[in-house]
Write a protein that binds this ligand. Structure first.
Ligand SMILES: NC(=O)c1ccc[n+]([C@@H]2O[C@H](COP(=O)([O-])OP(=O)(O)OC[C@H]3O[C@@H](n4cnc5c(N)ncnc54)[C@H](O)[C@@H]3O)[C@@H](O)[C@H]2O)c1
Length: 270
């Protein structure tokens, strides 16, 4: 069940750079791809440049690959065209290239922004309906739907991780709820790459935080045992929060600034 060859897309990005270090030596062959060349590429790392928007390039890079950790794409809110190219067309190309190349597993970096318009006093599991707070969040919901399609129709095994925020420490009050430590992230990625009974699951990418908004039963069932708790790093996070500008809409919702950006909705009806 351990994949022999693993591809990381978005390998030049923030998470890709972290994950390359964390995954070093875990699998016999680790291949990296991105449209940008990683700055700190080591002599023993295999990198193949490819654009997610080009299906033939994604097929070329996935030939001979057993499992993909899909991190590539637009990682924040942006204009529609940028989201469309990277996170809709690019995501389709990643799944379709995986199918054509006989890849067995995909770990998809989804985001909690698929539910960013839930209020901060709500606690729920992955079965709650999506309430994206941005074009970015909606593109991640599309990715989770594609994951389900490719799992059911084509037998791909897929884990979608709704990542809160990965950093060395929670950087503000909101992140005391949604923080995911790098070692806990690695644990979830390894479940996606190795769990023998995985079909298609959505889990929360969050550590064992006291202020957690989400019920991570699905991840616990798969063996996830988070080791980090944001509360142990609370003081610095709250000190940083005190310096942030007041955001009356963003502070209501789990999505924070993604929820307040361009907001013209009806708060009472929400
Ligand atoms: N960092 C977090 O805490 C966090 C939280 C939630 C979700 N995520 C998701 O995790 C993934 C990685 O996040 P990150 O913080 O490393 O983002 P990042 O922006 O640092 O990295 C994304 C990478 O994707 C590459 N990319 C973009 N468009 C591409 C294209 N058309 N073809 C090939 N490569 C392309 C970029 O060059 C970049 O290196 C993203 O999908 C993001 O949405 C991250």
């Amino acid at each position: 069940m351990i994949p022999r060859s693993v591809l990381i897309t978005g390998a030049a990005g923030g998470l890709g750079t972290r994950l390359r270090g964390l995954m070093r030596g875990l699998y016999p062959r680790l291949v990296l791809t991105d449209r940008a060349t990683p700055k700190d590429l080591q002599p023993d790392e295999t990198f193949v440049a490819a654009d997610l928007a080009q299906l033939d390039e994604m097929e070329r890079v996935m030939a001979g690959i057993d499992a993909v950790v899909h991190l590539g794409g637009m990682s924040v809110e942006n204009e529609w065209q940028a989201i469309l190219d990277a996170n809709i067309i690019g995501l389709y190309n990643a799944f379709e290239a995986a199918r054509r190349c006989g890849v067995k597993r995909v770990v998809f970096a989804s985001s909690f922004h698929v539910v960013g318009y839930y209020r901060r006093n709500r606690r729920f599991g992955t079965e709650a309906r999506v309430r994206p707070d941005s074009r970015y969040g909606a593109s991640k919901a599309f990715g989770e739907a594609l994951a389900s399609l490719y799992a059911d129709k084509h037998g791909l095994r897929v884990l979608s991780i709704r990542i809160g925020n990965i950093d060395d420490r929670p950087v503000d009050k909101r992140r005391l709820s949604g923080w995911l430590s790098p070692p806990d992230f690695l644990q979830l990625v390894r479940i996606g790459l190795e769990h023998p009974d995985l079909h298609c699951e959505i889990v929360w990418g969050v550590s064992d935080n006291e202020r957690n908004w989400w019920d991570n039963e699905a991840a616990l069932r798969l063996g996830y045992r988070p080791q980090s708790n944001a509360e142990t790093l609370r003081d610095q996070a709250l000190a940083a929060e005190a310096k942030l500008p007041h955001d009356p809409i963003g502070e209501l919702f789990q999505g924070g600034g993604f929820a307040s950006r361009e907001f013209s909705g009806d708060l009472e009806r929400m």
